[in-house]
Design a protein around this ligand. Structure first.
Ligand SMILES: NCc1[nH]cc(CCC(=O)O)c1CC(=O)O
Length: 333
């Protein structure tokens, strides 16, 4: 029960806001560097740093450069990095075999980062879209994204990632039954400590546009992802998906995109109390950067405010392209 409040002027709610010290005393939520997961884009080559045009300040790095970037982020206190490979047309095939190649970019980058920085957590993405000639997260047969055969491929992809030493596997594909299948395969192969962060409530969103540029999927994608990613109009369905994935062995769950879906974050946290993450996706990043570059908003303040809002909405952490920039401010570096 809420205590009732005395009427004005006995209660003046502005009293607690009058100075920085008093505001700090009554602050309800805290953002810390330990809450941040940093998504990065990896590409082939050596000593390559290639800007992503639609994401100002974001690069595609070759494996050697991604290790350097990881070291810098680690020095700033960022504890987890999430790898996304950029794949050109040549490595995209109908059978998506590159996805479970132990020597693919993602797996090479994982090994390089883990050997340079053993205590940096590495997260990887499970979905076929970096490797498919259609740009879809699953196999396409007669125009249909087929579920069960895709799940078999996702298991192979996840196992190759586990073998290369990842800490957290993030299935972002939205196929049914993949968490159970991956969890069983991990247990059977003695990868008992590999965590699954399920992209459980992932919406079919326009905010992924810049990401698809970054990983080379924009040109490849035929059609849309509405038969597997969620309808932005739905909220109860998100709870069913989260419940399903937790019951199949997910350790943590994600809501994606982030800012337009903070109501979903709150519902998920309240309903399950599981470790809950939001992905502040590429389009959210691009919006803030574009407005800031035009001088229309203050980048630093908009960035920190947006990240705090995830905490207020009940998230335990956030995947954000701002991770190093935010870490710099949080650490006072
Ligand atoms: N499996 C694909 C994947 N994994 C992460 C993102 C988006 C991330 C972002 O926009 O920052 C996407 C895009 C998509 O579903 O098309």
């Amino acid at each position: 029960m809420r205590p009732s409040q005395a009427p004005f002027p006995l209660t003046r709610l502005r009293r607690t806001r009058q100075s920085a010290a008093l505001r700090a005393l009554v602050r309800e939520n805290e953002l810390s560097v330990g809450d941040l997961i940093w998504p990065v884009f990896v590409r082939d080559g050596e000593n390559v740093e290639e800007p992503v045009a639609s994401m100002p300040g974001v690069m595609r790095w070759s494996v050697d450069r991604v290790v350097e970037a990881a070291k810098e982020a680690h020095d700033l206190g960022v504890g987890c990095i999430c790898l996304f490979p950029y794949t050109g047309r040549d490595k995209r095939t109908a059978d998506c075999a590159e996805a479970w190649n132990p020597e693919n970019l993602s797996n090479r980058a994982t090994r390089a980062i883990k050997s340079a920085l053993p205590d940096m957590a590495v997260m990887t993405d499970v979905a076929l879209d970096p490797y498919s000639d259609t740009g879809h997260d699953g196999f396409v047969v007669d125009g249909e994204i087929i579920n069960d055969e895709t799940v078999e491929a996702l298991v192979k992809q996840a196992m190759a990632q586990a073998e290369s030493g990842v800490d957290i596997i993030g299935p972002s594909d939205m196929m049914d039954g993949r968490i159970r299948a991956i969890r069983h395969a991990l247990e059977a192969a003695d990868h008992r400590n590999v965590m699954l962060l399920s992209y459980a409530a992932k919406y079919a969103s326009a905010f992924y546009g810049p990401f698809r540029d970054a990983v080379g999927a924009s040109g490849a994608l035929k059609g849309d992802k509405k038969t597997y990613q969620m309808d932005p109009a739905n909220s109860d369905e998100a709870l069913r998906l989260v419940e399903r994935d937790l019951s199949e062995g997910a350790d943590m769950v994600m809501v994606k995109p982030g800012m337009p879906y903070l109501d979903i974050c709150r519902r998920v946290k309240d309903a399950f109390g599981a470790p809950t993450f939001a992905y502040q996706v590429s389009g959210e990043y691009a919006q803030i950067m574009a407005a800031a570059q035009n001088g229309w908003i203050d980048q630093e303040r908009a960035m920190m405010e947006s990240l705090m809002c995830f905490k207020r909405a009940g998230c335990d952490g956030v995947l954000t392209y701002f991770a190093p920039a935010a870490a710099r401010i949080l650490g006072g570096a």
